[in-house]
Design a protein around this ligand. Structure first.
Ligand code: NAD
Length: 474
């Protein structure tokens, strides 16, 4: 069993104040994969003190030096991709192919991109007789969920380091080992003590202690909208900057002229990958009524073609959900959909014998969904897609926008101009046309209850600095 009994604080492996531990479960077979310390407010205090002490020197370190260190970290991450991928397979259940390319592969690229963005901290804007300079915000508490654990963590760590901030990480207690590996990597790369600190534990103790700590200047949180709202409220006490990247119920609008097979293939694969545990899963699909039957048949065929199985097997495309609780939650939504009158054309939780010990759910397609059904309004966070017919594009756009969330959307059409025009009408932080390909240099974030910040690229850096106007005598 993989056991870690230390935190990473002030450049050293530090003994926790308490003795409680948390078991990490392998979702493929429900066995105990590892054990980590359950942190307390006292551990958070030590980590924040280290980050505070390191801030003056790190924030004044020349950008070229910070950039070189970030590049060195990215290189070390690349060297360890296979090991990171195996870890994420075991703690999170992502299939090995997806884990290698996306879960473990992308973070090193994100880290590397911020080696370049670091230099934007030197930017000085002249406004009449004033100069506007950028200064690192200070100590940042970074709290992440379990679905893309390292990718979401690095999306915060990289810009924080680039800006000159110091960091206390609280990873998800469900998938903590990749964060320990990141701590090992930054240590080996020579990041100065105290710049990055790591404490594990539950949200209610470690998370809240971090959010309420008076020496923490900023919280960046990715997770559920419910917890995001609590964190915004906690940050209000001392007017911390609080960036929240939250849930979604993203929509696809398939236009009349689209290639239905391509649209359904692209969309079903996007939703089902990572077992539907993707914040921008395009889980509501609006299809012209005239082409609805073809779309349902295509979606069913694609869902049934996906290979569900052991995530450590190269051939597997869909692994288990992350936990028993998550499986039960998803099955609850599937039952609710059936009860509401939606038609399950394929899927459900009835698994073959060899997969019954793990937390599996089959790729599930619902037809005849109405946008006011619970399965179309709430984030299921599982391999479930809802197909909703429409008669006019205005109606499709109105239904797509009728959601408390606004994270992502997609439009499928043979005519790019038409697709762009519809994209402009959709209330979402990012819109994909005829695809769901991610651009790591474009800002990522949500409208409405999907969040308030932007990550990645220059906009991602912007969250981690303050602007100071220095007014010169005229
Ligand atoms: P969660 O909100 O339950 O937990 C996220 C993190 O917050 C965990 O580390 C958890 O320990 C911590 N936490 C829990 N309670 C806390 C508290 N009271 N104070 C401080 N920290 C606390 O989310 P989850 O179930 O781990 O992840 C799934 C959610 O994340 C989904 O809603 C998904 O849409 C969202 N998500 C959003 C994005 C995005 O970029 N918008 C990306 C990935 C996931």
């Amino acid at each position: 069993m993989r056991v870690i009994d230390k935190f990473f604080i002030n450049g050293e492996w530090a003994t926790p104040n308490g003795t409680n531990t948390i078991d990490v479960i392998n979702p493929a077979n429900a066995s105990v994969y590892g054990r980590i310390p359950q942190g307390t407010a006292a551990d958070v205090n030590s980590a924040v003190a280290a980050a505070k002490a390191a801030f003056p020197s790190w924030s004044k370190t020349p950008t070229a030096e910070r950039s070189a260190l970030i590049r060195a970290i990215a290189l070390k991450m690349q060297e360890r991709i296979p090991e990171i991928a195996e870890t994420i397979v075991a703690e999170q259940g992502s299939p090995i192919g997806f884990a290698s390319q996306v879960q473990a592969g992308l973070p090193s690229l994100v880290m590397e991109s911020f080696a370049d963005y670091t230099f934007e901290m030197d930017h000085v804007e002249q406004v009449d007789h004033s100069m506007v300079v950028r200064e690192a915000i200070g100590v940042c508490g970074l709290i992440v969920p379990w679905n893309y654990p390292l990718q979401l963590l690095v999306t915060k760590v990289a810009p924080a380091l680039a800006a000159g901030c110091t960091i206390v990480i609280k990873p998800s207690e469900v998938t903590p080992f990749n964060a320990f590996m990141l701590a090992e990597i930054v240590h080996a790369a020579g990041l100065p003590p105290g710049v990055l600190n790591l404490v594990t534990g539950y949200g209610a103790d470690v998370g809240e202690a971090l959010c309420r700590h008076p020496d923490v200047d900023m919280i960046s949180f990715t997770g559920s909208t419910a917890i995001g709202k609590r964190i915004l409220a906690m940050g209000a006490d001392d007017v911390k900057r609080v960036c929240v990247e939250l849930g979604g119920k993203s929509a696809t609008v398939v236009l009349e002229d689209a290639d239905i097979t391509a649209a359904m293939t692209g969309n079903v694969v996007q939703v089902m990958s990572n077992s539907g545990q993707t914040c921008f899963a395009l889980s509501r699909v609006f299809v012209p009524a005239s082409r609805y039957d073809d779309a349902v048949a295509a979606a069913k065929a694609v869902a049934e073609s996906l290979v569900v199985g052991d995530p450590s097997n190269e051939a597997t495309q869909i692994g288990p959900l992350v936990s028993l609780a998550q499986r039960e939650r998803v099955l609850g939504y599937i039952a609710k959909g059936i009860q509401e009158g939606a038609r399950m054309v394929t899927g459900g939780g009835d698994m073959p014998e060899e997969l019954r010990q793990g937390f599996y759910v089959k790729p599930t397609v619902f037809a005849d969904v109405r946008n006011d059904m619970v399965i179309a309004r709430e984030e299921i966070f599982g391999p479930v897609i809802c197909l909703i017919p429409y008669n006019t594009v205005d109606e499709a756009v109105a239904m797509a926008n009728d959601s408390p969330y606004g994270l992502a959307a997609s439009v499928w059409s043979a005519d790019t101009d038409k697709a762009v025009a519809v994209s402009r009408r959709l209330i979402a932080g990012q819109v994909f046309i005829n695809d769901a390909e991610f651009n790591m240099r474009a800002p990522f974030g949500g409208f409405k209850q999907s969040g308030n910040g932007r990550e990645l690229g220059s906009e991602g850096l912007r969250e981690y600095f303050e602007l100071k106007a220095i007014h010169m005598p005229t």
